[in-house]
Design a protein around this ligand. Sequence first.
Ligand code: ZN
Length: 70
Amino acid sequence: MGNQKEKQENNVVQLPSRCKAEGCSKKSERAEFCNEHFTWFKEGLVTKEGKKPLDFERKLYYFNRRKSAA
Ligand SMILES: [Zn+2]
């Protein structure tokens, strides 16, 4: 079903685009982010330009708290 992550490169014609988060070189999976940074984008930890928001550290703090609470 939908659980394959990165093993679909054999018959790709176009160059895969990369995640546009700063400092990330993973292949983009969703909305031009890799899976991890897409989650960050949804959580407001990265802007759609791939930059960190001004209150990144605060958001990351709460994001990590929520993740470990889940
Ligand atoms: Zn990324």
